[in-house]
Design a protein around this ligand. Structure first.
Ligand code: FEO
Length: 381
């Protein structure tokens, strides 16, 4: 129960191996859906079809024999929309409420007859009795048809994917970490669009946020809004250094760890070191955005750089990585080439400054390399 007449009917999914076919979710994921029980009943989104049966059971219990009047669709991504067909089959009189773009896209996912539709646009309202729903368009946060819904009476913002996180609802984990990993990997590219919707949200009196993933937010709303302001503006959240390395024989890894030790000895309190060949790439990407400085260390390979490092850089570019200070290290026994390739990709990003010196290791890390590591650490302080 969210309020005396708004209920949770979503489900946890702890059996999915990869969210969106690419992100590890060790603690599962929740597909949230809500019901507003008023004179007219509105359902806010459905769930992934992996869980349709459990979802319809949850819904039936809350409805207590009544029939829903409206299904409000925030967007068409299948983790929320692929049970629409089943819902309409169970409650054939239900009216679907969404924007024109969503209805244009709906047949791609649900080609059957879905009954009556109500097309809404920015600022339109839907009266349920005591509750009035106002629709707030949020294009490209993170699909083009996304809209949020504000319930003025209950002061509830149904925020679509915004303010969501990985993890099922019973997962014991800090909200910030899995929300940050979710944000930068799912929404990160669309900072400008998130800023636009945050401006609209600032004009609303919000007491409760009901996202499509993760817990309902009440006491922490101020905190999560501040985080979203930081994340969407591509400013660093934490002072610290993320070091990502890709090492063929362990020497580059050793150089990366040595640099971390030097930075810590110089007073850098937060240094996160990750092996890009073996770590969760989504966590590495999250760390790159989280900290104000990054170091990339990689072996040379095929006249360029080790593929997992190249992949990582392309992911950063795709997500709009910018406004950061970056240090570079390469290893190459006969023709070091990693830095050139890394610089080429970094040069395509906005406001990324590569500090001097770039460090070149040849094979094993030797005493003679330590001065360069020291200088790089100094440049990063
Ligand atoms: Fe959770 Fe955009 O779907």
């Amino acid at each position: 129960m969210i309020t005396n007449d708004i209920f949770y009917v979503g489900v946890n999914d702890k059996t999915l191996d990869l969210f969106e076919g690419q992100y590890v979710i060790p603690n599962g994921i929740a597909y949230n859906s809500y019901v507003i029980m008023d004179d007219a009943i509105a359902i806010m989104d459905t769930v992934d079809k992996r869980k349709t049966g459990e979802y319809l059971e949850n819904l039936e219990k809350v409805l207590g024999g009544r029939t829903p009047d409206y299904l409000v669709i925030s967007h068409l991504e299948p983790d929320h929309a692929s049970s629409i067909q089943a819902l309409v089959e169970k409650y054939p009189g239900i009216k679907l409420v969404s924007n024109a773009k969503a209805f244009q896209m709906l047949p791609q996912f649900s080609p059957g007859d879905l009954g009556e539709t109500i097309v809404v646009k920015e600022g339109d309202t839907l009266e349920l009795g005591h509750h009035t729903l106002t629709f707030v368009m949020a294009p490209m946060v993170h699909w083009p048809e996304v809209m949020m819904t504000y319930d003025r009476e209950a002061k509830v913002l149904f925020s679509a994917d915004a303010f969501g996180k990985f993890g099922s609802l019973d997962a014991k984990e800090p909200w910030d970490d899995e929300a940050r990993r979710y944000y930068f990997n799912i929404v990160g590219k669309y900072g400008t669009q998130v800023q636009a919707v945050l401006k609209k949200a600032a004009a609303l009196d919000i007491g409760i946020i009901c996202p499509l993933h993760g817990p309902v937010l009440k006491e922490t709303i101020g905190h999560v809004l501040e985080l979203y302001k930081t994340w969407s503006s591509y400013e660093a959240e934490s002072k610290g250094v993320f070091i990502g390395y890709a090492s063929l024989h362990g020497n580059t890894a050793e150089a990366a760890r040595k640099l971390a030790g030097i930075l810590e000895a110089k007073g850098c309190k937060d240094v996160a070191v990750m092996d890009l060949a073996r770590c969760d790439g989504a966590k590495a990407l999250e760390n790159a955005f989280r900290y104000d400085r990054m170091v990339l260390a990689a072996s040379s390979y095929n006249g360029g750089v080790v593929p997992c490092m190249e992949d990582f850089l392309h992911h950063l570019k795709g997500k709009g990585f910018q406004k950061r200070t970056v240090g570079l290290m390469e290893n190459g026994a006969w023709a070091p080439s990693a830095v050139k390739t890394m610089k080429e990709i970094l040069s395509q990003m906005k406001d990324v400054t590569v500090v001097e010196p770039v460090v070149t290791i040849r094979g094993a890390v030797k005493e003679s390399d330590e001065a360069a590591l020291e200088q790089l650490a100094e440049s990063l302080m």
